[in-house]
Design a protein around this ligand. Sequence first.
Ligand code: GLN
Ligand code: ZN
Length: 763
Amino acid sequence: MTKIHNLGFPRIGAKRELKFALESYWQGQSSRDELKTLGQQLRQRHWQLQAGLDSVPVGDFAYYDQVLDMSFTLGNLPERVRDFHGDALDNYFRVARGRSADSANDADDCCAGVAAGEMTKWFDTNYHYIVPEFSAATEFKLDASRLLEQLGEAKAQGVTTKPVLIGPVTYLWLGKAKDDSDKLALLPKLLPVYAELLDTLAAEGVEWVQIDEPILVTELDAVWQNAFVTAYRQLADCPVKLLLATYFGQLAENRSLTANLPVAGLHVDAINGSDDVEPLIDQLPAGKVLSLGVINGRNIWKTDLNAVLDWLEPLAQQLGERLWLAPSCSLLHVPVDLDSEQKLDAEIKSWLAFAKQKLEELRQLSTALNQGRAAVKAELDANRAAIEARRLSARVNNPAIKAALAGITPQMAQRKSPYAQRAVKQVALLKLPKFPTTTIGSFPQTAEIRLARSQFKSGKLDEAGYKAAMRAEIARCVREQEALGLDVLVHGEAERNDMVEYFGEQLDGYAFSQSGWVQSYGSRCVKPPILFGDISRPRPMTIEWIGYAQSLTGKPMKGMLTGPVTILNWSFVRDDQPRSVTCKQLALAIREEVLDLESVGIGVIQIDEAALREGLPLRRSQWQAYLDWAVESFRITTGGVTDETQIHTHMCYSEFNDIIAAIADMDADAITIETSRSDMELLDAFEHFNYPNEIGPGVYDIHSPNIPSAQHIVALMSKAAECIPTERLWVNPDCGLKTRQWDEVIPALAQMVAAAKTLRATL
Ligand code: GLN
Ligand code: ZN
């Protein structure tokens, strides 16, 4: 009998119940008990949904983040919160979110301000975890209370439990040694705590424990590889069976190491690592369970069940009882329930599966393997029909777009002249001062803007009324920028809900869910648009707004677009063609928009690529291939304009060292980046590379309400001027201003403009 299980279930709730409960608790509008009750209800509901599985995950639920939960389980609290006397859950939120001193309602030392833990991306997903903090002195101490409580609840519910832990080696790898000590040196201190935890779970009658070690799909040096051997030898005597889980990619050169670790079972991602599976089976010691992740836990498409069965049936013959099936990874990365979608186009809906539907697919697969395909014939036939319909749909396949893609020439990705020649023409035309000032695009999204948008969506405000409201905002924004004396203006993006969704809504080939929320961090969720078909742009998307803005001013108005790589990386994208192909289709659509902007007289066009870096594959060996098509896509969007049209791009992060060559290869005339928090240090990468084009290093942090001083900005820019020639420097904030208030934006930008004037006079 092939067993089925799950690695983790989305905890946010089909209606984002956890989000709202957390936010209400944080705002003091509900009690801790109410929050805990809601948490318990969600866990119960989710186990209920998984009750058809042979075992359900326990401990995958977290109020904020599963890595932070693990830190608390291991007693690894940051030094600064150790002597907190209040409730443990509150202390947990202190680490997760930080707490400012003035919000403390208690003069007690323990309630003074505390910095939040650092947050970073969970592998190549859009989920963010709280980074464990280490030092050479770190000690661990087991606190199994959370797990035991959840285990008790699950047992009471009568489901077969499989506790889920982050494995010791991955746990260390995810963290950061604050004193630059060797974090791997903590392994001998950490392993006894894991052993004690496994003993504790065994005493509760647990048979299997899932221990996640996803770093096994990344490139590991010998020291880290050896750590696996050390760790799992030491845990081998524990009285539970370990299912070592890897996901998000291939084991590749770690395959033999992983196959031979002394654990009872191994889970691998058979979607992203399918090439690994057969060689792995050959290497797998007799008796070891192999769990294959055959349902994609990272996208929202139905699985082709018949094709998976064709592949699985011989493996099931070979492995017998040793074969288990699961989603490829935790379902944390997909929305909860397709059944909640009321408005989604019925045809597109028939091609999709969210978490609940994916578990049903899993059940059908196991029934087919265990009882023969005839036992689920109706389901398999329906699945085949849906897969075929999607494959053949005219809404998915547009021959004209396939032809356009085939017609991409190298010239299309090439500006007419090199930057140095373009720059001369742009200077002559734009007549900008030295240290020109600009902003990144958005201005405050005020309550009035949001109200107008929601009234328009609900039909309370007609299109004319909505447009008038947005035009009024744009006019205000232009007026304010002129009054401030900025050099290159923007229209302010009032009409945009989100920088990806706004474009997705206007492109053919996109669909939108109502409740397809996925947790990004804590209570924050994103609702990625669904890119299902060949992409085309039926009509211009931004010309009306930006043309209107330009009509209000004699200064250059910067057109504002989102780039193809960012649109791709922030969408659920199709799985029936390579991402590179989808990206180039997006690039062709954005290219048309760029040319239309140019044709109505917009001489400066910014194409945001905020998510270019986050699309980097997990393995460095695959980086270049990604960067090649990502950069080419960007260049396709810009390659059609004249030399006089100045192309900007913007990226809101600060690690450029390892991708600087690709950034330069994008050949934007100017790039604006985030630098203020790093004190301009990241300009080093640009200096060492001799980055040839213009740069606007962000001079103040827009995430903070603080108003920067002109003096500080002058100091930062003077530092920048040591790395980059002054004629290639721009002065701008770190990122868009949409989350700020006007009364913060005006004084901050006034300081920035004043700083630019000082710089012009002195440098
Ligand atoms: N143009 C966008 C804005 O200003 C850029 C946002 C971003 O980089 N994330 O809002
Ligand atoms: Zn940004």
